[in-house]
Design a protein around this ligand. Structure first.
Ligand SMILES: CC(C)(COP(=O)(O)OP(=O)(O)OC[C@H]1O[C@@H](n2cnc3c(N)ncnc32)[C@H](O)[C@@H]1OP(=O)(O)O)[C@@H](O)C(=O)NCCC(=O)NCCS
Length: 188
């Protein structure tokens, strides 16, 4: 755990030099080195790295999104209704689109995996989404989870939209932050 003691969170911008990073996945590595600055510049995704003076240990990239019912393949109309009832008990508030933040990418370097950094980043994203509600509503955190990472998101309390992507390389998952926002309201 010691190697993570001195890491700091830094927002990607053109002037920073991205330090060496390898999470074991070429696409995720490539995004950090070749695309994250352009996405930042074009306001398509905001990327943060966790680094020390010599290495990058993790990064994540997020943007505003919306969850659209029509984007999910449900097995029947009844399944849609059931899903909506699970989200919102009040049928009059059932909408076609819901405000969200999307985790475009999240990756931990091979040497720092399984040390709690993913959870720490998820807490940071949840904090951000929770605070954002003070100014602009956001109900969900969304992710297209890699098959090998769904167990991690399950641990973080994410749920599946449907079983129709069960055999796909990525699965659409969501975290409803309403209970978290409400719990914090009751504490303050
Ligand atoms: C998946 C990933 C983000 C998890 O981050 P991490 O820092 O290794 O995870 P943490 O150490 O914070 O683990 C938190 C919990 O999730 C569990 N967990 C972590 N990775 C897991 C996985 N791939 N499958 C199942 N459970 C996992 C841990 O065991 C831990 O459980 P515990 O709280 O009961 O002890 C990271 O391993 C990674 O970047 N992998 C390679 C790239 C990738 O797949 N990115 C996801 C793209 S969607």
């Amino acid at each position: 755990m010691n190697k993570l003691m001195n890491i700091r969170k830094t927002k990607i911008k053109n002037s920073i030099i991205i330090k060496p990073f390898d999470c074991g996945d070429d696409d995720l590595n490539e995004f950090l080195f070749d695309k994250s600055k352009d996405y930042q510049q074009e306001l398509l995704a905001t990327t943060f790295v966790f680094e020390d003076d010599t290495k990058t240990y993790a990064y994540y990239s997020i943007f505003n999104d919306s969850f659209r019912i029509e984007d999910i393949t449900f097995s029947s109309k009844n399944a849609v209704k059931q899903f909506l009832r699970h989200l919102l008990p009040h049928p009059k508030r059932h909408l076609k689109h819901y405000p969200a933040i999307k985790i475009g990418r999240l990756a931990i370097s091979k040497q720092a995996q399984q040390l709690g950094l993913g959870r720490r980043i998820m807490d940071t994203i949840i904090d951000y989404a929770t605070n954002q509600n003070e100014q602009c509503a956001c109900k969900f955190i969304l992710v297209d989870a890699y098959k090998n990472a769904v167990g991690f998101y399950e641990k973080m309390q994410f749920e599946y939209f449907s079983d129709n992507d069960l055999n796909d390389e990525t699965r659409q998952m969501y975290l409803d932050i309403t209970p978290i926002v409400n719990a914090r309201k009751n504490v303050s």
